[in-house]
Design a protein around this ligand. Structure first.
Ligand code: ARG
Ligand code: ZN
Length: 851
């Protein structure tokens, strides 16, 4: 059934305290629950008690100690009001569950012999009967009985003995933050003293043998804890903070109170096994989950429609953190690239929805780029509009006013209105209106006055035909024709559909630099010519827009090359890119981004705007042609690569990573000119770190020179699952399109292809469908059939991961009629399956509804 925001009603009963006892067994775990409950004073009295529960075998239930016979249905059970006392009462239930059969990885499940949990959003109902909704907050006392050496739950340990342990979490929390872990684990330990002097023990639990891969995550954790104190005034609030790394995990990580559970991919790192990008992601995700302790746990969501209240804010906070730890401009460009590839794509298709959705069928389908990344952009705009000081005052008020509560977006907006005196009614439309706004630009210059006229419009999205104007902060600066900045950055506040802004006292017509720092998540439709873009690439003082100018120029040149295949690679673009490469004022990480070409999908979309859909294979050809032309223009590539080598031991710091990123890009160019990929082979043979290994291996796969390297890599790393994932994924993403389907087919038949582990499945099926555009969109539809076969096979096992992968089809309406018909056939084939999960039914149904 469809759940609607407008149907929200407060819970009929509240839970003050939860007592849980687990007797662990893979096939028959016993969970005894004792809940102290009472009628909610803010709800209608005399209601039945409804408890959620799925896949639970009820052994016994009692109210105030008296046994009661109940017949659960598929989604829970109902205790009639008549069977309940007037005031507070105690609910008790004993249920049996089978963690080893739980392949959906929600609730209590097993991963490589260890017990672990994932309760967000609605996994707790697979552990015991409970009002499983975030506005029911309780303290938890947990006893675990099991023969595992390590038995963990939230909060502080209170007692333990051989075969048992007891935990107590004094902070009232919603059930989605409950966690339990039991297994043969070892910990990497450290400590932290908070600003007010609380001593906190820090423990990262991993499988024996992985202890030496925890140092970076621990360091990132301590830096996150300090940063939240200095930047937000937020201290940690328990004596213990634990992280557990788990191999089987549907998502990235989970912020359970005091016991974060992570996909091991985002914890474990060593120079030999992790790339620079892995280190960066570990830092960002460790920070993200830690920051949730205040934005998510202390202040949580009233209902799941408010998900962006915690996720958008926490992503914004982790982005600020990473920007502070590394290069701000580089981080901003990376975040915008990710927003455009994932969120703009979502916003432009059948799965578009507002940052705060109005309805859903399966909430797991709404952990999306829109809720997370666009949600973070909305906070970023608020920050820009009110300024850093007012932002901090508003956040202080938010924590003071709402600590311990389950809140809504209205509460959040009100805090900002009260702290700043601004009326945010119109701004709040960002939360309810889906789609990416288009920004239009008109200019005029008369006398000494430059007038900028900005227009805004948002195309219709599913269920939202009419769009209203938003508040759009447009950071703008002006340059003169010599390249000097004549008007520094000003924040223009666009609130109307069409609005003019004037700049006086100018000697000549200026060149505008608009949407600096990507000040709003919009598409800027400015018909700038190549010369202006090259000018901004060379002269803009705003690093984001400097990059953006080069990026847009490259994208437009590529689009022209696709439309007319005999168009030569534009010499002006090539000269501008080489000039950027030679600019001593730019750092290597930034140069790597400027020289990094847009994705095939980005070019495809650009062509599609004013021409019929191109063949993805032709987009790929244009990218190779431009790459080759650029490579020919840089004569001394080998020397440049050598000069970028980082001396000494490997370190994942941002400067070293930036040098490796640029040298990897140059190696990619050089490999275009070497039929046998000699230099990439040499790098692969001699490097001691995974970053350069993967750069070289990717180029060998791309150029069809990888047989020996792949065999050597496999032999060396076959026992390290995270590294082996890279071996699978590089082949799925980079094998040339003619053989890509056959390659992924063979990979899924490989002895190491363990498809029930989401990381491994995503490494092949996800990397192919989302990362190998020309291969996936092969004209005969073999790529589509491959994906559909896997979705059909996986759905009964793991619905959440299936539904997520099905998103690869969300762009289907963008393609030519032949491909659309082939995709439609596969979507139909999936939709026709009996007993398709709710997750996949919803996603496939929405994709099929695409206009
Ligand atoms: N709250 C987690 C995070 O953002 C994500 C949990 C997602 N879980 C899910 N079932 N979709 O850090
Ligand atoms: Zn989060």
């Amino acid at each position: 059934p469809t759940i609607r925001l407008t149907d929200y009603a407060p819970p009929a009963y509240l839970v003050d305290a939860v007592h849980l006892t687990f007797r662990l067994d893979p096939a028959a775990t016993r969970v005894a629950a004792r809940l102290s409950m009472r009628p909610n004073p803010h709800a209608a009295p005399g209601q039945d008690l409804r408890l959620d529960g799925e896949k639970l075998t009820l052994r016994a239930a009692a109210i105030d100690g008296a046994r009661i016979e109940l017949n659960p249905d598929a989604e829970g059970l109902t205790v009639p009001a008549g069977a309940l006392p007037d005031g507070p009462f105690t609910w008790e239930a004993e249920v049996e569950i089978a963690p080893k059969d739980n392949t959906a990885l929600e609730g209590l499940y097993m991963s490589k012999g260890m017990y672990c949990t994932q309760c967000e959003a609605e996994g707790f109902r697979k552990i015991t009967f409970f009002p499983d909704r975030p506005d029911v907050m309780a303290t938890y006392t947990v006893r675990i009985e099991g023969d595992q050496p390590v038995l963990l739950s939230n909060g502080n340990p209170t007692a333990q003995g051989p075969g048992w342990a007891e935990w107590h979490d004094p902070h009232p929390k919603p059930s989605y933050l409950f966690a339990l872990v039991a297994g043969d684990l070892v910990s990497h330990d450290d400590g932290f003293v908070t600003a007010s002097g609380r001593e906190v023990a820090l423990k990262i639990y991993v499988r024996p043998g992985d202890q030496h891969k925890c140092a970076y995550a621990m360091d990132a954790l301590k830096r996150s804890m300090r940063w939240d104190e200095t930047e937000y005034g937020r201290e940690y609030d328990l004596d213990l903070f634990m992280i557990v790394a788990v191999d089987d995990f549907n998502m990235g990580a989970m912020e359970n109170k005091g016991l974060n559970i992570f996909n091991s991919k985002y914890v474990l790192a060593s120079p030999e096994t992790a790339t620079d990008r892995d280190y960066e992601l570990i830092e960002g995700i460790i920070a993200h989950e830690y920051f949730h302790n205040w934005t998510g746990n202390r202040i949580t969501c009233r209902d799941w429609f408010q998900l962006c209240l915690k996720e958008g804010l926490t992503v914004f906070r982790d982005q600020q953190f990473s920007g502070d730890q590394r290069s701000r401009p580089v981080k901003r460009i990376e975040d915008v690239q990710m927003l455009r590839t994932r969120q703009f794509r979502e916003d432009a298709g059948p799965l578009a929805h507002p940052v705060r959705p109005q309805e859903y069928i399966e909430i797991n389908n709404f952990y999306t780029a829109t809720v997370y990344e666009k949600g973070a952009e909305v906070i970023g705009m608020l920050h820009r509009l009110v300024g850093a000081d007012a932002y901090r005052r508003a956040l202080d008020l938010y924590f003071e006013r709402h600590d311990g509560q389950a809140c809504t977006i209205e509460d959040w907006i009100e805090v900002f209105e009260d702290a700043t005196g601004r009326d945010l009614t119109q701004f709040a439309r960002w939360y309810s209106q889906a789609g990416t706004p288009r920004l239009g630009v008109e200019e005029s210059f008369e006398g000494d006055t430059y007038t900028l006229t900005l227009t805004q419009s948002t195309p219709p999205t599913p269920g939202q035909a009419e769009k209203r104007p938003l508040v759009i902060p447009v950071a703008a600066g002006l340059l003169d024709r010599q390249g000097a900045e004549v008007v520094p950055t000003r924040m223009l506040e666009l609130t109307e559909a069409r609005q003019s802004f004037t700049f006086e006292g100018l000697a000549a017509r200026p060149v505008p630099s608009l949407l600096r720092g990507f000040s709003a998540p919009v598409i800027l439709n400015r018909t700038a010519d190549d010369a202006e873009r090259a000018f901004l690439l060379a002269n803009d003082t705003d690093p984001f827009n400097k990059w953006e100018a080069g990026h847009a120029l490259t994208r437009d040149v590529l689009a022209r090359m696709v439309r007319a295949p005999d168009t030569p690679a534009d010499p002006e673009l090539l000269t501008a890119l080489v000039a950027a490469l030679d600019d001593p004022a730019l750092d290597p990480a930034f140069k790597a981004l400027v020289l990094g070409f847009p994705t095939a999908e980005d070019v495809f979309r650009t062509v599609r705007q004013d021409s019929p859909p191109p063949d993805p294979a032709e987009v790929r050809v244009a990218l190779i042609r431009l790459d080759t032309a650029l490579a020919r223009l840089i004569p001394d590539l080998p020397e440049r690569i050598r000069a970028l080598a980082v001396p000494g031991r490997y370190s994942p710091d941002a400067d070293s990573a930036g040098r490796r990123a640029l040298s990897g890009r140059l190696l990619g160019l050089l490999t275009r000119l070497e039929p046998d990929a000699a230099t990439a082979r040499a790098v692969f043979a001699r490097t001691d770190n995974m970053t350069e290994t993967m750069q070289a291996l990717g180029l060998l796969v791309r150029s069809d020179n990888a047989d020996a390297a792949l065999a050597a890599f496999h032999a060396r790393w076959k026992d390290d699952p995270l590294v082996l994932d890279k071996w699978f994924s590089v082949q799925a993403a980079l094998t040339p399109p003619e053989r890509a389907v056959e390659t992924v087919q063979a990979l899924t038949e490989h002895a190491d292809f363990d498809w029930k582990t989401p990381n491994r499945l995503r490494a092949v099926v996800g990397s192919f469908a989302m990362g190998n555009m020309a291969g996936f969109h092969r004209a005969d539809g073999a790529g589509y059939r491959f994906l559909a076969d896997w979705l059909i096979k996986l759905d009964p096992v793991n619905p959440q991961t299936t539904a997520r992968l099905a998103g690869a089809f969300e762009t289907w309406r963008q393609f030519d009629e032949g491909r659309q018909a082939l995709i439609l056939h596969q979507l139909q084939r999936i939709a026709d399956r009996d007993a398709l999960s709710r997750d996949t039914t919803e996603i496939v149904g929405r994709i099929l509804d695409a206009p």
